[in-house]
Design a binder for this molecule. Structure first.
Ligand SMILES: NC(=O)c1ccc[n+]([C@@H]2O[C@H](COP(=O)([O-])OP(=O)(O)OC[C@H]3O[C@@H](n4cnc5c(N)ncnc54)[C@H](OP(=O)(O)O)[C@@H]3O)[C@@H](O)[C@H]2O)c1
Length: 330
């Protein structure tokens, strides 16, 4: 049995600001209390809200402190189990959600925050599913889409949009997605009609939707509400980017009921991805030490699909396979 090291590393910040305030620091290894597990993180997704929190834009909603850690999404291997935990044992392969702490080599969470990783699901996708997937899931559910309806998704090639379009298609919708021209092929491969954003967007959408637009899921904000109004979308079926922010804030600080539900949604998304009913494109895979570069990339607002941090990245001199790693831990 491999010994658990006495220390680990995590990302922290102690003042609000740009990526430069992020530090990779050595900390004492955390250990699980009753009902908790210690997970060795293999992959952790990054999200815009982490940048917004670090910039101080959510100071009223999500209190932070000195040596503030970050990160919601992760996938990894359980290496220590706290008292009373029976659902997961050491070496279990899992994905989960954490409160501002998954951008680290190790994370302690309640066992209730974990889902068993389906074998067919890649580590990269498993580690990036939570926050974007939950936002996409909840927004599509709230849109009450019926088969045959046409809906619009803005920033459709992004982390949240690319999942929303697929969930909406599973509900039988015809989906129009706004994006830059470089993403037309990507959206077409997902069965979505791409339309370039910018001046004249409502007119271009009307040409693609002669029978009208039933719902508008707006990830980008800015003039999205005006476009939806021009398209005569029922205001109750326009999901603003503020609504999306509210879902993400609630997901970071959920009550007990919401936390349990979030795990159920994550399990559902994992199943959909494992069975190829949705596909999540990982367009950036950054070694953990390059966390600053990963956020620089995200904050350009032109990512396609998801960007992740890899805690066990491949090296030019050899590949560390997740299965090799899991075998060694036994
Ligand atoms: N996390 C939050 O709380 C939150 C809430 C609301 C809105 N947002 C914002 O919503 C955007 C999408 O979020 P995400 O998490 O899916 O991020 P993401 O993965 O970084 O998405 C970026 C996508 O946005 C598209 N995009 C860039 N400029 C656009 C514009 N003017 N109109 C429509 N789409 C545009 C890009 O398309 P091209 O590369 O094809 O140009 C790219 O595919 C981000 O810019 C984010 O800041 C975030």
């Amino acid at each position: 049995m491999t010994r658990i090291p006495s220390s680990t590393q995590t990302v922290q910040f102690s003042e609000f600001g740009g990526v430069d305030v992020l530090e990779l620091v050595e900390i004492e290894m955390p250990h699980p209390g009753p009902g908790e597990v210690l997970v060795e993180v293999l992959v952790a997704g990054i999200n815009h809200i982490e940048a917004y929190i670090r910039q101080g834009l959510f100071a009223d909603d999500i209190p932070t402190s000195a040596n503030q850690t970050q990160g919601s999404d992760f996938a990894g291997i359980v290496i220590e189990v706290g008292e009373g935990v029976t659902r997961f044992t050491r070496n279990a392969e899992v994905l989960g959600h954490a409160r501002l702490s998954s951008h680290a080599y190790h994370v302690v969470v309640s066992a209730d925050n974990l889902v068993a990783k389906p074998k067919q699901l890649s580590w990269e996708v498993a580690g990036s599913l939570f926050l974007a997937g939950l936002a996409a899931h909840d927004l599509v559910e709230a849109a009450h889409i019926s088969p045959g309806e046409t809906i619009v998704v803005s920033a459709a090639a992004g982390g949240v949009g690319s999942i929303e379009i697929q969930l909406a298609k599973l509900r039988g919708a015809t989906v129009i997605g706004t994006c830059g021209e470089r993403n037309f092929d990507y959206l077409r491969q997902l069965g979505v009609k791409p339309v370039v954003y910018g001046d004249g967007l409502a007119d271009r959408i009307e040409l693609l939707a002669p029978n009208g637009v039933a719902a508008y899921l707006d990830n980008f904000g800015q003039n999205g509400a005006d476009i939806a109004a021009q398209l005569e979308v029922d205001p109750a079926r326009y999901a603003s980017s503020d609504e999306r922010k509210r879902i993400e804030v609630t997901a970071i600080d959920p009550d007990e009921h919401e936390r349990a539900r979030n795990t159920l949604v994550l399990a559902r998304l994992a199943e959909l991805a494992a069975t190829r009913q949705i596909s999540v494109l990982i367009s950036g895979y950054y070694p953990f030490g390059l966390v600053h570069e990963a956020f620089d990339d995200l904050e350009t607002r032109h990512a396609r699909g998801k960007i992740v941090l890899g805690m066990k990245p491949a090296h030019s001199y050899g590949v560390v396979k997740a299965r090799t790693y899991a075998d060694a831990a036994e």
